[in-house]
Design a protein around this ligand. Structure first.
Ligand code: NZQ
Ligand code: ZN
Length: 387
């Protein structure tokens, strides 16, 4: 097992009614709150009214309309409000997009320049406003990590922002807020959780047995509960298990003792940067093709472990076991109603080469990935999932 430091300073309040602590907790930071939310789901669900009522003694400023795959233009608007109004704390209410935009706004407020500079050069992220979260979508893990992903529509880039000061100070995770999620978001969110686990599981270090066991449990939790949540959107047991799965999948728990660069995420990020598709859908399309592409003598042992640990598949021939596990992965995403080809999400073949180059340029794919990939490899993976 590799050496590691594990320090996650987020105060997570999990379960029904936890939002009631909001005023008490936020007042530790001050009175002026920037409320960041998306296109209106929190108004429809009534959460917006609940929050305004709870925070009636605060001075609330709002930034609404954060788009899925949040854009730097929204971040810039948020930074202006924070600077002009002297905001004390940012409250993100929504999924990963609202949280990620809030993280960029939080550090952009203390930066004397364009917040996009911070995305291009994470070493400039040194100080940030405190961030509190009320989570409404289980997927990204952004509620308990220090990363964000921001898109620049002018350059077609979708890049990662990170920094020690970007952990949310407080995250309220109430599974009942997931009841209103459309099936598509439940399924895509689950594909995202599974992909986070796989990115950390498929790494060279075999000595972190405990981390591998946790990882397999998180995927099994998704496989068990996503179909239930799709059938019964207000099943508390299913929603609460999925919600905690999303948090632990990307709060560093599953990377300790391992490490290394990710693979499917940089490949997907170019798809959502160019075509604005849903992140989890892109991952569900790319992942089985990536698995088939990298299966070889060097990787088959880990696939055999995955087959046994997650899908309970064993076979005397390791390639048979590996391929069956890959088939199960693809079938699970299909059964959740997620498209399985680029064509189905409106992505043609004209930009595949350009996107493949961009995926390699903007990540450690060619140098530090579990199975290093050059642009021509990424292109072949794209072609495998074209139609
Ligand atoms: O905008 P509103 O109206 O709120 O609707 C949202 C949005 O349309 C809707 N939604 C959210 N909660 C809902 C709901 N609808 C009904 N009921 C609810 N309870 O769902 C849609 C998608 O929301 P979004 O926040 O975009 O989804 P998600 O949480 O999947 O976040 C995706 C973004 O996070 C990035 C992705 O790349 C993408 O940009 N990621 C962030 C990571 C991180 N910070 O660690 C890691 C991930 O790998 C990922 O890259
Ligand atoms: Zn993801």
């Amino acid at each position: 097992m590799n050496n590691f430091r594990f320090h996650v300073p987020t105060d997570v309040r999990f379960g029904k009614g936890q939002v009631n602590c909001l005023a008490e907790e936020l007042k530790k930071f001050g009175k002026k709150v920037l409320l960041v939310y998306g296109g209106g789901s929190i108004k429809k669900s009534g959460l917006y009214d609940t929050i305004l009522e709870l925070l009636k003694d605060f001075e609330i400023f709002e930034l609404s309309g954060i788009e899925p795959n949040p854009k730097i233009t929204s971040v810039r608007k948020g930074v202006s409000i924070c600077k002009e109004k002297g905001i004390d704390v940012i409250l993100a209410v929504g999924g990963g997009s609202c949280i990620d935009a809030s993280k960029n706004i939080a550090c952009g407020t203390y930066y004397d320049g364009d917040p996009w500079d911070l995305v291009l050069d994470n070493s400039k992220v040194t100080r940030a406003l405190p961030i509190a979260v009320v989570l409404t979508l289980s997927a990204t893990g952004s509620e308990m990590n220090n990363g964000a992903v921001i898109s620049n529509e002018a350059t077609n880039e979708k890049l990662e922002l990170g920094g020690e000061c970007l952990y949310p100070a407080l995250s309220i995770c109430d599974p009942t807020y997931l009841y209103t999620l459309p099936a598509k978001q439940t399924a895509a969110g689950t594909a995202d959780i599974i992909s986070h686990v796989l990115e950390q599981y498929f790494q060279p270090n075999d000595g972190a047995y405990i981390t591998d066991c946790f990882s397999e449990s998180v995927i099994k939790t998704c496989v068990k509960y996503c179909p239930i949540a799709l059938k019964e959107p207000d099943n508390y047991e299913a929603r609460s298990n999925l919600m905690w799965a999303s948090t632990v999948a990307l709060n560093h728990m599953l990377t300790v003792g391992k490490g290394g660069s990710w693979s499917c995420h940089p490949i997907e990020h170019v798809l959502s940067a160019y075509y604005d598709i849903t992140h989890g859908v892109g991952l569900a399309i790319v992942t089985p093709a990536w698995m088939r592409y990298i299966l070889c003598d060097k990787t088959v042992g880990r696939f055999v472990k995955y087959a046994k640990g997650v899908w309970n598949i064993e076979d005397a021939d390791p390639y048979v076991a590996a391929n069956k596990a890959i088939d199960c992965t693809a079938q699970f995403f299909k059964d959740c109603g997620i498209p399985s080809t680029l064509k189905e999400v409106g992505i043609g073949t004209d930009k595949l080469e350009e996107m493949a180059k961009e995926a390699v340029r903007t990540s450690g794919l060619a140098t530090r990935a579990y199975y290093p990939l050059e642009a021509e490899d990424v292109l072949k993976i794209f072609q495998m999932c074209a139609e």
